[in-house]
Design a protein around this ligand. Structure first.
Ligand SMILES: [Zn+2]
Length: 57
């Protein structure tokens, strides 16, 4: 399991610890998921435009 967060300004999903994560106030905690597809699904509930970070996912 990995912890996933979303950058709510750029609508990007990151794994916890990614150097590309935004400042704390722009992060949304998505949850702990076995794979990034689940995290993307969750992110799509918040934004239809959501993308995976090319650095960490
Ligand atoms: Zn990332």
């Amino acid at each position: 399991m990995n912890t996933y967060l979303m950058d709510r300004r750029r609508n990007t999903i990151h794994r916890d610890g990614c150097p590309g994560l935004p400042m704390f106030q722009n992060r949304v905690y998505l949850g702990d998921f076995a794979d990034s597809d689940r995290a993307l699904e969750e992110g799509r509930k918040l934004s239809a435009q959501v993308k995976a970070c090319t650095h960490c996912l």
